[in-house]
Design a protein around this ligand. Sequence first.
Ligand code: 7TS
Length: 409
Amino acid sequence: MTDKIDNKKIRDEFPFLSREVNNKPIIYLDSAASSQKPRQVLEQLIKTYSQGYSNIHRGLHTLSEEATNAYEEVRQKIARLINAGSKDEVIFTSGATMSLNLIANSYGSSRLKAGDEILITVAEHHANIIPWQMLCERTGAKLVAVPVDRGGSFHLTELKKRVNKNTKIISVPHVSNVLGTVFPVKEISTIAHENKAICVVDGCQGAIHMPVDIQDINCDFYVFSGHKLYGPSGIGVCWGRAEILETMPPFLGGGDMIDEVEIERATYSEPPSRFEAGTPPIAECIALGAAVDFVTEIGMENIEKHEKSMLSYGHERLSRVRGLSFVGTSPMKSGVISFTLDSAHPHDISTLIDQDGIAIRAGHHCAQPLMKFFNLTSTARASVAIYTEQEDFDALAISLEKVNRIFGA
Ligand code: 7TS
């Protein structure tokens, strides 16, 4: 695979790479939890807060107009990034968690009734489980999970076995944050529609690693968080199909989402503002626009190629570490490498390799049902981003052998 990315040049754009942790140059393999930020995102934050900040959609003065225009421009950038038909289908939320809660509360509560079913998979982040559980408690609907195989691959036959006339929502990850499995979201959307259900895609670990074309996927909702896409925290996206958004009641009430208000009643504005009550994280949203520019300039295809080559190097390098087992070996894999070591608990691994300046995630990764499914309590997880280089995995492998020695393996 040819890597078209000048990794050295890109790494120069990330100020965090100049810092040390425990007197060692930082090796950051925890981007699946949250990515680091390039200079242009940081500069945009400072620029907005120092030169272009005001509340949006309400002032008639220059600063408010400038901030409003900059904010709305990001909606267009997001629409282009995921190939949405219209920018009005892009709702800004605080992140993927809020997006999924919005869908469950607004779409779910207004449509579902006792006896209906919601299909998810065993590989969900809790953000794609709990809002549906809460919806089931409110409505009497039932939550059903589709398994993956022992390698972490997802099979459409397992989904088809569980779809029936009661299925109203199928909500799946684009990419599992633990297994790295890429889910066949296009085929899942087709199955959902053949059964008169909608398809929600949790794109948290998808939109950051590969080009996303929601019209091609043909799902009904696609959600992700800005902070994993090199943008600030506190801002995320809920893309929804226009015909569905138009019929949905608001989830949160307050300023900016209304048409006319009387004491006893109100009428609501059209989407997307119907779903954006209150003052949003304005500067953060505008800086997310800078993050979208950053990934667009590099090209999502090039990011995907680079990360794939890092992932395959990482697998090869780590496979030579004694006692290491991969959790998640699907041939369709992106972003993360989860593993266990025979000699040490993932928490001990993470704490010890931190001494070498290496950051990975260890724990249940907010996916406890998946841990239980694999009979594990936790895994260690290394995840890649645009600034990852082969040397990161060399250092990780050497540090893991050190852990082996400390634990007498
Ligand atoms: N869905 C998936 C697949 C995720 O990986 C995450 C966060 C979320 C939803 C929630 O995103 P949030 O921004 O709203 O919190 N995943 C992780 C992770 O793997 N480690 O830390 C956070």
